[in-house]
Unconditional design. Sequence first.
Lengths: 263, 351
Amino acid sequence: MTRRRERPPLLPVVIAAIAVAAFALPLAGLLWRAPWSSAWDELSSPEALDALRLSLITSLAATAVAIVLGVPLAWVQARVEYRGKAFVRALTTLPMVLPPVVGGVALLLAFGRRGIVGAQLDKQGIQLPFTTAGAIIAEAFVAMPFLVLTLEAAFRTTDRRLEEAARTLGAGRGEVFRRVTLPLVRPSLIAGAVLCWARALGEFGATITFAGNLPKTTQTLPLFVFLKFEGTNTDAAIVLSLVLVLVSLLVVVGLRERWLTTR
Amino acid sequence: MNLDAHVKVIVGEFTLDVELDVAGGRTLAVVGPNGSGKTTLLRTLAGLTPLDEGRISLDGDVLDDPATNIFRAPEARPVAMVFQDHVLFPHLTVLDNVAFGARARGRTKRDARDYAGEWLDRVGLADRASAYPRELSGGQGQRVALARALASDPALLLLDEPLAALDATTRIDVRRDLRRHLSTFDGVRVVVSHDPVDAAVLADDLIVLDHGRIAQAGTPSDITARPRTPWVADLVGTNLYRGTADGNTLHVDGGGSLAAASGVGDGAAFAVVHPRVVALHRAKPEGTPRNVWSGHATSIERVGDRVRVKIDAAPSIVAEITAGAASELELTDGSPLWIAVKATEVDLYLA
């Protein structure tokens, strides 16, 4: 007897196809309208290069900030029992769902010249809004939860007995972290950092609200795309949009095994 | 070299309260059913679980004493542990696993690797130095775990169920090797096992834990020959009876009595009857046996060329007879049977 597979029901398949189209059509539109002949000129214009360079610097710096602050945060959340842990988790996850522009407003109220922290900083001669440092802070604020959540799960699922074995072999807590825990969570650290970086690279709302749109200082790639699209040079906007699509695609494909499958 | 410990740990409803005194060069095995506190005991000795009360000292050096607020962290104790399932570092090669302790205790990377190489050689795994733990067989993993522990130069070596992760065929070989390697280590050895046979092979002394307390202590042969807990008796496959001795007769708790060849005095006592000395009959036997009583077969189980028969009676008993004898008796579940045991085969001893 031959085994026949049951045919999948029609309705969900049709709806799924519509959903796929909803994802695919905008990308197709972008490719359709791309000014292929002048693409290289648009990409290598001084303005575009400035935005590209600034985006690389700020997104990498934001990722570095996220690693420095996020690794200990993820470890504490995974390993230390304390009251108010659920509240801290909600607080540190909030930027993932918060409208970025609201994040930008909040950052401005905290770190602006009249903000609670900003006023103190201002007295020391430190200004964050409308500076590159401000753009980095805005990006880190929005992107760090991606790193923290990925890493927290990894710290939680690490076999604690490996750490205990290391302790009995003479390694102190710091050495155990360095030589056992960190190597064990390395794949998750990399995945989290890449996700965090991709989110930082695409950050728009918080950056423009908190850091403004100053060429060479805070005008990152997404801001440049928006400005050009609203203004006169749609071609530049499309070309640089494609650059961002390409980067995002690489991230998705690269992380497919580690993060994006539902195994 | 000497381990002297009084360990008291309270976990919810459970209290572990055990005193140990083990000399260097000797192996103490701690056996007992699951939940008897064996692993907790090892963890307190390693410093992974702090004592609530008591004192642990190794060679006169106090490791844990809550009364004077002394607690040495695991890394500061000359104690190494071989974990159940080995718990090798998956991200390190076999060589670096074994070198881990030497590095942590201050040797240079190169020095630690040389030292680890010597240990791998000693356990016969020099050719697996560059392998990763996932590529090892169960027996190899066990030897690497042992080499890793010993290469940190401990004074006290703890082994938590060292043979539990192995299948039956490799187990016997690994057990023999483990015994040989343990004998070359002159520190104190403590092995936890749920299998009294493993313990008997590996250990010089044995304690049986039950509900957090020592139910019996002695040499392995003593404990397996004269068990004081039903758990040990079951595992060594013998019949254990608890009751009150009156001359050379034991009045068994729960009904019935057994006569032995000679008395041991009056009071609480145990009697052991080996299943192979129990004779079964369809009709009441004539003749000399002092202990004759009747019951019904409740389970019949073939073990190799012999048959184990459980009989519900007063007292209940397990008999082991030949397959031939079993077919002559036409045994089925519920068969009425007569049981006969010679008084000389009843081993009576005071509790």
